[in-house]
Structure formats: C-alpha cells, structure tokens
Design a protein around this ligand. Structure first.
Ligand SMILES: [Zn+2]
Ligand SMILES: [Zn+2]
Length: 346
C-alpha cells in the first residue's frame, strides 16, 4: 500500500509498505478520505512531543472496514465509518467518565500510532473499545464524513459557551473551524454573528458561512466596532479560533457582562499572555478552553452531517490524491480555502 510518511520536519515522503496485519482485536480500515487539520500543519512544521519520526500523521478519517479480528463486535466488513481522533486508555478517571479526549495518556491516531495519510490504517483495540467509530448514512460521502472529527471539536466547544436565542456571537478567525463555528452558531439561534478576519478571501468565506458582519482588524478597531453593533453592551459569546495572544486579550473587552468566551486555538509556542483579569471578575465572564471532543460530541457531529443540518460541502474547498499530500499541506498553509481533503482511492 501507499502511505505518506512524515520523516522529519517538512518532509512528507510517499512510501510503499506492506498492508499491515491485524490482531484478533483490531480493524483494518481502507481510508477513503482524510482531512488536513491545523494540528497536522503544526506537526509538519514544528514536530510534536507526541510524534516520533517517521510517522504517518492524520486523524480526520473516513473509510470502509475491510478486515476485522475475530474478537471485534458491533462492526462488519463493508461498514462505512468515520472516526474520532482520541485513543482513550479506558482506565483513567477521565476515560471512566466517558471523557476519553481528556485521557491522561493523551494518545491519538496519527500521533503515537500511524494515521490516515495512507491507503489503509489499523484501528487498535483501545480505540475500538473506547474511542469513536461511527457508521455513516449511505447518502453521506466519505469526503463530507471526514469532517466529523473537526466538527465534533466545534460542537464540544459550543457546549461550553452555549449559544442562546438572540445572542450576538463574535468568531475570531474564519478558517475551516471558524466557518464551522459561524454556521453552527447561526443554526443554534445566534441573532448576529460577527467574524473578525484579516485575509480578504477568508472574509468572503465568513460571509458565505453565515456571518452577518465581518470586521477587518486592519481597517477598523474591533473593540469599537463590536460595542457599536451591540449598543455598547458587548457580545454574549466570543469564540477564538485564531492563534494570536492579542485577540485573547481583546476578547475580554468585547464580551458583554456575564458573557461566555471560548479559547479554542492553541498558541504556536507556549507563551505567557497577560490578561486583564478585572474584566473576568467585574463583568462576571466565563472563560473556557476546549480541546478535542468526547465520543458523545462525535456522535452528534455525525448526526449533523448525515442530516445535512448545515451545508457541510461548503467547508471542503480542495481535494487531492494521496501522492499530492505535500501539495495539500502547502495549500492549507497558504490559507487559500478552507478544508483540504485527500482521497487515497479516487
Ligand atoms: Zn483535526
Ligand atoms: Zn484514559
């Protein structure tokens, strides 16, 4: 089979390997679609302490079960499925509470084990037992199904900030994740969604995703603009999908009293960021972070996708064959569109 292995920083190499053998407790999945995630780009450029080279990265996977061990229940050959990313240990306090995304071992597909930029991937026992493998509707394409992992993270974040009818929601960053937040917030009843985005092509994406207003921070002052649009009150919900310390600081200023703020994007390098915590105290703000998603959110994401609750096709702007994986990474790095997807068998 063909795989694209990351053999060092910025070195994606097409390799020919044997199709891996599976144990009695494992599944062999034929990968039909695999999305390029922001975290894949980060590993590609900077490496990651959970990734040893060479490694096949990639965790936004949809595919078909082509072989399974004799002790694997609940699945059959031919099942069309999409995956969550986490491999919960099943034993720690978080895993016991169905919060496998917080597992103390922190294992994920495409990190400690080979992932999806390949024709086939092995799903290990813990993943089958405690992770998330969801069957998809016949009407859902693999390409769209592969959005289930990033969208599950969006739903997990929204659970923490809870959009209410009539809310004004500010979303910083209009990449694939930002646009998913915009579309989902509208669907959940936000009255006004304001996107904050520098790049012109992505400003257009934000509008197409459903944003009512787009602020270009290079042209106008975001704080003044948001206050102006909310009669001086500020926004009920602020979601940050752009990895910039300055917007974390700014979010405290544009939130309404009792507002909810979600820090979604991690910073590229760990930096200490100074925040005016008086905003949190005197405005009674709720400031939360989320990372990844529990199985429950992944199941919910698949339901949104199968039911076409929002237009998921909109988020996929580029598709590539496996041997163009490098080009897909470069396209994603240029931020030309939203989601880049590899189809190894198309
Ligand atoms: Zn991802
Ligand atoms: Zn665990």
């Amino acid at each position: 089979m063909n795989v694209v292995a990351l053999t060092g920083k910025e070195q994606l190499i097409l390799q020919e390997r044997e199709i891996p053998a599976i144990s009695h407790h494992e599944i062999l999945l034929k990968v039909h679609a695999i999305g390029v995630c922001g975290s894949d780009l980060r590993i590609y450029q900077n490496g990651d302490n959970r990734v040893d080279f060479p490694r096949v990265i990639g965790h936004e996977i949809a595919g078909e079960i082509v072989a399974l061990g004799k002790y694997v229940n609940h699945f059959s050959i031919g099942d069309r499925v999409t995956l969550g990313a986490h491999i919960p240990c099943g034993e720690c306090l978080f895993c016991q509470k169905n919060e496998g995304h917080l597992c103390i071992k922190g294992e994920s597909i495409g990190y400690q084990i080979d992932g999806g930029f390949a024709e086939y991937v092995v799903l290990p026992r813990n993943f089958i037992e405690y992770g998330s493998i969801q069957k998809i509707a016949d009407t859902t394409s693999y390409e769209i199904a592969s959005l289930s992992e990033p969208f599950s993270c969006v739903l997990s974040g929204l659970k923490e900030v809870e959009i209410r009818d009539g809310d004004t929601v500010v979303v910083y960053g209009a990449g694939a994740i930002g646009c998913m937040y915009i579309a989902a917030a509208k669907k959940l009843g936000a009255k006004k969604v304001i996107a904050v985005q520098r790049s012109k092509p992505r400003q257009k994406m934000a509008t197409e995703a459903g944003a009512d207003f787009v602020i270009d921070p290079l042209e106008s002052n975001t704080v003044n603009k948001v206050l102006e649009m909310t009669n001086g009150y500020g926004a009920e919900v602020v979601i940050i999908t752009a990895p910039a310390p300055s917007v974390q600081q700014e979010s405290l200023e544009i939130a309404k009293k009792t507002g909810r703020i979600l820090f979604f994007a991690g910073m590229k390098q760990i930096k200490e960021i100074s925040l005016n915590t008086n905003h949190i105290i005197y405005k009674q703000l709720k400031v939360v972070g989320t990372h990844g998603a529990p199985r429950e959110s992944h199941m919910e994401a698949v339901k949104w996708i199968d039911d076409g609750v929002i237009d998921f096709h909109f988020f996929v702007t580029h598709s590539f064959p496996l041997h163009h994986t490098e080009e897909a990474f470069q396209t994603a790095l240029r931020k030309d569109g939203l989601k880049c997807i590899i189809n190894p068998f198309k």
